[in-house]
Design a protein around this ligand. Structure first.
Ligand code: F6P
Length: 342
């Protein structure tokens, strides 16, 4: 087979591990030719392709980013975009495309089936918000980075008797914030799924003060919002999938907390540090398993499916059951975390 592989959307540690696994499995087991499609769907629109052999993927397993690059290009927003994709796929002789991505990239893969493109999806996003898989790759690494940051902030917050707010990614869901907050012992965790009451947040901080704990650590997801309020937007610019850039909730919170409690409050926005660098061992293994299984699915003719982790098994799930949905945090886990608030 001639199999194309692309990575779309925000990068996530482990993309290169998937690409390597696709190449190794495809060539070694099936004698495939693997074609790298550069910069997500844009590469197929513009015909930016590269042959991937063993040499091309040597040494990339621990590397962050994507050797193919990525973009948030949406072919359905371009004049005759899907037709152009099909034309270029035909020219390149592609029998199948493995699309590594989150909801946006996988939605395109799903819709392209109507035009005749045969796709297999691989679930990628640090946000871990795709349904039908226990985990996406990249999430574990993001949480490890954010937890390390929180551990470091603990000592300086304590030394200065300050409140420190760690703002993490998570546009619509609080998986990173919740996991980081539990792992790093946050005193309050704020997530998009549960609009917060600022007085309640201040009450937790005061409760700690009464116990002689003059510092507090708050983890907030960028998409968290006050009850009855809206998310804080960083830029009005909307991407081709209709997403706005969020950011700034940490600063909003800091001002409110300082005003209400009189305690000096500082903010750290972790930003893209969460997406950079080497994947954890967990993500390398998951990404490798996903890549190998994606090639196997293509050979089984199981197009329109995504590889998924369920329990300890990698299983195929139909893309139609995945796209356009969002896995929110387990509210029971949030309640468990709240035992440690204040
Ligand atoms: O990939 C999803 C995500 O990590 C979101 O949590 C975040 O809002 C977004 O990416 C930011 O992406 P960028 O700044 O690269 O557009």
């Amino acid at each position: 087979m001639r199999i194309g592989v692309l990575s779309g959307g925000g990068d996530a540690p482990g993309i290169n591990a998937v690409i390597r696994a696709v190449v190794r499995r495809g060539i070694q087991t099936y004698g495939d030719e693997i074609i790298g499609i550069k910069e997500g769907w844009r590469g197929l629109l513009e015909g930016k392709l590269v042959l991937l052999d063993f040499e091309a993927v040597a040494g990339i397993l621990p590397r962050g980013g994507s050797i193919l690059g990525t973009s948030r290009t949406n072919p359905f927003k371009r004049e005759k975009g899907p037709e152009q994709i099909m034309e270029n796929a035909r020219k390149a002789g592609l029998d199948a495309v493995i699309a590594i991505g989150g909801d946006d990239t996988l939605s395109v893969a799903h819709k392209m089936a109507d035009y005749g493109l045969k796709c297999v999806g691989v679930p990628k996003t640090i946000d871990n918000d795709l349904v039908e898989t226990d985990y996406t790759f990249g999430f574990h690494t993001a949480v490890a980075i954010a937890t390390e940051a929180l551990d470091k902030l603990h000592s300086t917050a304590e030394a200065h008797s300050r409140v420190i707010i760690l703002e993490v990614m998570g546009r619509y869901t609080g998986h990173i914030a919740l996991a980081t907050g539990i792992a790093g012992g946050a005193d309050v965790i704020l997530i998009p799924e549960k609009p917060f009451d600022i007085d309640e947040v201040c009450e937790y901080i005061r409760r700690r003060q009464k116990r002689g704990r003059n510092f507090s650590l708050i983890v907030v997801a960028e998409g968290a919002k006050p009850k009855g309020g809206k998310e804080i937007v960083y830029s009005e610019r909307v991407d081709e999938f209709g997403h706005i850039s969020l950011g700034g909730i940490g600063y909003y919170l800091a001002k409110e907390i300082e005003q209400r409690t009189g305690i000096e409050t500082r903010v750290v926005v972790l930003g893209h540090l969460q997406r950079g660098g080497s994947p954890t061992a967990f993500d390398r293994i998951l990404a490798t398993r996903f890549g190998v299984s994606a090639v196997d699915l293509a050979h089984e003719g199981k197009f329109g499916y995504m590889v998924a982790l369920k329990g300890n098994q990698i299983v195929p799930v139909p893309l139609k059951d995945v796209v356009g949905k969002r896995k929110t945090v387990d509210i029971e886990l949030y309640e468990l975390a709240s035992v440690f608030f204040g």
